[in-house]
Write a protein that binds this ligand. Sequence first.
Ligand code: HAM
Length: 415
Amino acid sequence: MNIQAPKGTKDMLPKDAYKWHYVENKFRELSEQYGIKEIRTPMFEHTELFTRGVGETTDVVQKEMYTFEDKGGRSITLKPEGTAPSVRAFIESSLYNEAQPTKLYYFIPAFRYENVQKGRLRQFHQYGVEIFGSQEASIDAEGISIAMRALDELGLKNLSLNINSLGCPDCRKKFNDALKSFLKENYDDLCPTCKSRFERNPMRILDCKEEKCKKIAKNAPTILDYICDDCKNHFEELKKYLDAIGIKYTIDPYIVRGLDYYTKTVFEIIYKDLTVCGGGRYDKLIEELGGPDMPAFGFAAGLERLIMTLESEGIEIPRSDYVDLYVGAMGDDAKIEAFKIVNALRAKGLKCDSDHMNRSVKASMKYANKTGARFTVVLGENELQAGTAKLKRMEDGQQFEVDLKDLDSIVKVVK
Ligand code: HAM
């Protein structure tokens, strides 16, 4: 039998766990600084949440959802993203009755049946932020600043922040009409996918990666020429807030995003053609999903893409997975003593490990070296009799004599 992980999924192996923890901790730390609280929603939801929330015409809903019927005959979908579930929970628990804005963050696995390629998986993970209840452009700027700061503090410098406005449904309608009359003349030259987008979602044609569609899109009208005064002002305000905190951006009128709920601001953070983070405002979604008429803003960053980017930039992620002290033992009495000491040292907050493989002194040292233990000690009859032992600092071989009865002295040396 040779069972492998399903295509488009990846194990996070123990050797990489510290990288994930580092990135997740950075996002948690910043979320707290910005007064954002964690939300956890189920791994699956009623399919209708996504067909209505993400939009019938999107690729996600049309082609990519993991949908199945459960044993009770309900149509269930593994969540392809975290916005619609957060809105559902916000409405269901009446969080709109609490002081606003409501600021939420989450870490989720997300599932999309996509063509697997570099940076594109079928199960991937996101850190996301959703902020409900404020229509101020300062919220858009604050959201973008969390993402930019996190990426900057993680060490990523070669990123570009691209922003655009998709306007409100009124300006969008005018824009779609103008776009369609332009595209009509080039219809025959569009790729088959874009031909099918022409009626249901013409804006997506602007985002097509096919060369011939890109060429057509270059001369197409852009949404920024069609947005109403209110949307224009919002976009101007956003730029002022970003300028105020020194965040550099490029205006990219071709950002349309793949999900249907966006209004006004949209943005993407790109590293060498790969979108690491994306989001925007979605002022109609809460109402569309049965809640009050409340504005919202959010974004999500793909954690696999982020870690891949850190690796390809050669950014060293600090390791936090080494034990402070490895305790080897020779002989039965020493083994019990080592077990006891390690147990007590752990209670004092040291990360330690002892031998469970009957290793010789030499093998113990080799193991400690391989696993990156910072200090090592091997207990034998001599050490037990003397009540003292020598801790070896692996980095430079320096030895420190410690009293085995005085565990605090061991902690002092190792910490
Ligand atoms: P999204 O652009 O679909 O937006 O996904 C956000 C990020 O998730 C992307 O920028 C990318 O880094 C990562 N991602 C998406 N698909 C994949 C995939 N197949 N494999 C690996 N990584 C992927 C959303 O999901 C929105 N819910 C963001 C949002 C929150 N908008 C408002 N609030």
